[in-house]
Design a protein around this ligand. Sequence first.
Ligand code: NAI
Length: 357
Amino acid sequence: MFVTLEQTDVAELHQFRDPVTGLRALIALHSTRLGPALGGCRCLPYPDEASAIADVCRLARGMSYKAALAGLPLGGGKAVIIEPPTDYDRAALYRSFGEAVHRLGGRYITAVDAGTEIQDLDQVAHVTPHVRGCSADGIDPSPYTALGVFAALNAAIQHRLQRHGVRGLHLAIQGLGHVGSQLALMLGRAGAKLTLADLNTLRARQLADRLHADWVPADHIYDVPCDVFLPCALGSILNADTISRLHSPLIVGAANNQLATPSDARRLLERDILYTPDYLNNAGGLIALALGHQQVPVDQIRRKVLTIGRTLTRILHDAQRLQVAPATMADRLAEQHLHDARPETLQSYPEARHVYA
Ligand code: NAI
């Protein structure tokens, strides 16, 4: 297997192996133009290295764009660990990963993502300071990610359905992990009618019981007629098959890289389904990690996360005016920020001034 950087669109791609702990990890730095690349670490049983490389590179690019749109002085990077196929010592694996992170000298800062837990980051923190969201930080990004999706959802509902708030709307949530479960709790409290799904059906059933909501087996969630579909599991779930099954005018989710291929954006347009940019919806966790580490008070972090709604409103209006997809509009805006901004000028971003002034 040989992958060129040209194919991957990242500035750097690092591979790490440790035969003692079974570590096989990849760290991709898409850009460090605005600052050190902060991005979570996924640990999944990837079928092969090629799919792990594709995942880490796509995710790293998303982190660059996410930080740029959020007005944070951070670059974009991501890590994946190919989960060992047999029993392994989890603590040793994450310490070994921490050593890999440390070797990059602070240009990459790691955090939680699908398949990793705060306890894993605590192991990483034993060997490197380049980690955010471990127990010592006292910041769990997932509730902030959920809060940001909540803000994006309200903005999208206002734009597409001309409704204020989620009360009485039917929302279908795919994936009830760190983010999806928090989001379900918020939306349940706000009066939405929920249909829940997770590969772990016990998790779906228990949460549905708690919220007096419905649940369906994981693969049936695409067929549920609803006002909004919220993908909060893994990426690449919007493809020719699933898009043809959707009965929802709006998609607002936390999962990274929800579109399987660029042509799936066109499929959604053809079906008149409004797709909101994933890396904007889910920026809340990144904002919390970045600001929490600077000891910014929680109420100020929450206010900053809620600005995701305003940014999405602006993108939806501009996209409509210019007749482009909102995801394209978001990409253009992020690329413009990446191109124009120098770290020292970040203070002049309206969103950044609010927090850093
Ligand atoms: P998680 O690993 O805690 O939860 C994912 C959940 O989705 C699990 O319960 C899993 O069983 C379920 N799932 C997986 N495939 C599924 C399928 N096909 N159908 C239904 N359920 C399925 O992950 P977490 O942290 O909740 O993240 C969810 C998504 O949000 C991921 O794509 C992640 O990259 C993204 N994200 C998470 C952030 C965070 O703060 N945790 C920040 C930004 C993005």
